[in-house]
Design a protein around this ligand. Structure first.
Ligand code: HEC
Ligand code: HEC
Length: 497
């Protein structure tokens, strides 16, 4: 069943000079036909690559989802600046056979084989770094502590915000997101126009892209710097990181990958660490395998249950969930699988999470793109309260939802959309009989709140989704978990990935 949703995109047209946001993010740059290399990465990818051969066998469109993965390995630490490699996955079996590393090879005087080898080394190192708690100030926190491979690289626990800092008791203000499907997040742009092959270029989709909830960095390497140095996360320093890497079992491999003198400077070592993490995060099998039941369904290899199909319909219906207007559910015009996000930054008025330590201060607000974590748009009122639309792929593996982790079940998250405006008392505090709607956004920014369906109602109206439809949408969201194998009932992963 194909629902004819063409061109559902936000229509906030503001006349602006057209501009393409360059590729950004983790993915954009990366590289590699990494997939082509049978990775020696053990443990966490065992499940997903096995599953890949089943569900990914979805024909050309699936393959094109992997196609044209661009990788740029800025290996300046080793003196090989600007290595750029292009990988082209053309095989329908997902084996990403064809790859062209010619460009890089030409530019840097390296052979194709050398470029592949560098990427392979960095990926393997990045993986070890990702799981290495000795990089943190406390010695107890690794990237993987908050981004668990078994949970779509989101937290294994249900805390709204994770514990960190040198005493492992500090908290920040945001829920840890999944690290999957970041490869197509565009660089942050205040005014974003789709490329020709994806949509209507003349439409300004508004602020879009960038990594983290507020889109404040564009590259995986710049992003990795944040948790490593944050006093409430890994609380480390370039010097501590260097000491840890020098003492690590992979120290020799690090020298081989980045050069004999890499440990001479803490800054060079730190930069190399960031680079390796970015490269690891672009491993297709681990981070964007497209092996969900829904991918198999799009490829004609699986059937959705009645409940899942009804959920998909409600999800897509512009008058009901309207979810797909932001969480894109259809293939792009050139056939690439949907990312379940348009990566737009949007204000949806998520309630204040009063359980967070930062919120004990009644004057504190996490306003997303206008601060306080992000600083370049400070004072720009039109950016207050907006957060980047997350992918919904693997969302069923998460245990806390929205930027402040306020909800802990998909039912609650979907119910928020369905009933926020018809039954606001269910979500916001009530004081003296009056509902304190949008209690985490000062009133002067309410103009930024989205008012499209399902946010177009008032108390007394019918909710956009009834109880059965909420359940159906949750059933559909469960089909977005990677690792589907034909025969699985709920589309849930049986493999750890
Ligand atoms: C204490 C928990 C914690 C640790 C440890 C941690 N992260 Fe995160 N991560 C988060 C949170 C919270 C966010 C969202 C931050 C924000 O929006 O300001 C995040 C965001 C990210 C993002 C951006 C995701 C997106 O949707 O744009 C990436 C990439 C990432 N982390 C990678 C890493 C890497 C690499 C490491 C190790 C160097 C790491 N994280 C360590 C909690 C953590
Ligand atoms: C106008 C754009 C828009 C629409 C429409 C929309 N979403 Fe979202 N969605 C977002 C944004 C933005 C966030 C993050 C908001 C935040 O945390 O402040 C989000 C977050 C979520 C989350 C939490 C994911 C996570 O990782 O924490 C879920 C689940 C979700 N949306 C499901 C839905 C469903 C189901 C619908 C339809 C009923 C829907 N969304 C409609 C933009 C949208």
């Amino acid at each position: 069943m194909r629902l004819g949703l063409t061109g559902i995109r936000k229509m906030a047209v503001r006349p602006q000079a057209r501009r393409h946001a360059g590729p950004a993010g983790i993915g954009a740059m990366l590289t590699l036909a990494l997939a082509a290399m049978t990775m020696t990465l053990a443990a966490c990818d065992a499940g997903s690559s096995a599953a890949g051969s089943t569900a990914q066998a979805g024909g050309k469109a699936d393959a094109s989802g992997h196609a044209q993965v661009n990788a740029r390995a800025d290996m300046s630490a080793s003196g090989n600046a600007g290595v750029e490699s292009q990988a082209n996955a053309s095989s329908a079996s997902g084996s990403m056979a064809t790859s062209t590393v010619g460009v890089s090879a030409r530019e840097t005087g390296q052979t194709r084989a050398q470029v592949y080898e560098s990427v392979r080394q960095m990926t393997a190192l990045g993986k070890q770094l990702f799981f290495d708690a000795s990089l943190s100030g406390s010695g107890k926190l690794a990237c993987a502590s908050c981004h668990s491979p078994d949970h779509g690289f989101s937290p294994a626990n249900s805390l709204s915000v994770q514990l960190g800092g040198n005493d492992m008791h500090r908290t920040g203000m945001r829920a840890a997101p999944t690290l999957k499907y970041l490869q197509s997040v565009p660089a942050f742009a205040e005014h974003y126009h789709e490329s020709d092959d994806e949509g209507d270029e003349s439409v300004d989709a508004g602020p879009t892209g960038g990594l983290t909830w507020d889109g404040r960095v564009d590259r995986g390497s710049d992003q990795a710097r944040i948790p490593l140095l944050s006093s409430f996360e890994m609380g480390s320093t370039p010097a501590k990181v260097t000491t840890a890497v020098k003492a690590a079992p992979y120290a020799d491999a690090f020298r081989v990958a980045f050069g004999e003198h890499i440990f001479d400077s803490d800054d060079a070592t730190f930069k190399a660490v960031l680079q390796a993490l970015e490269t690891f995060e672009q491993t297709p099998e681990l981070f964007y395998p497209y092996t969900s039941k829904y991918d198999a369904y799009l490829a004609g290899k699986a059937h959705l249950t009645q409940a899942e199909l009804r959920g998909l319909q409600v999800f897509n219906d512009e008058k009901k969930g309207n979810c797909a207007s932001c969480h894109i559910s259809q293939r792009t015009m050139d056939g690439a699988p949907p990312q379940f996000s348009d990566f737009g930054l949007i204000a949806i008025g998520v309630p204040r999470n009063r359980a967070l330590a930062v919120n004990r201060d009644p004057h504190f607000y996490d306003l997303g793109a206008c601060g306080p974590e992000r600083t370049d748009l400070k004072g720009r009122a039109e950016f207050c309260g907006i957060f980047r639309t997350p992918t919904l792929r693997n969302v069923a593996l998460k245990k806390s939802f929205f930027h402040n982790g306020i909800y802990h079940s998909l039912d609650q998250a979907v119910r928020f959309y369905a009933q926020r405006d018809t039954n606001p008392e269910k979500f916001y505090p009530v004081s003296k009989g009056k509902v304190q709607k949008f209690d985490d956004l000062p009133q002067r920014y309410w103009a930024n709140l989205n008012t499209e369906p399902p946010f177009d109602r008032k108390p007394g109206d019918e909710p956009a989704l009834d109880e059965a439809e909420i359940k159906d949408v949750v059933a559909f969201l469960n089909t977005l978990t990677d690792g589907y194998k034909a025969g699985d009932k709920a589309g849930k992963s049986t493999a750890a990935n």
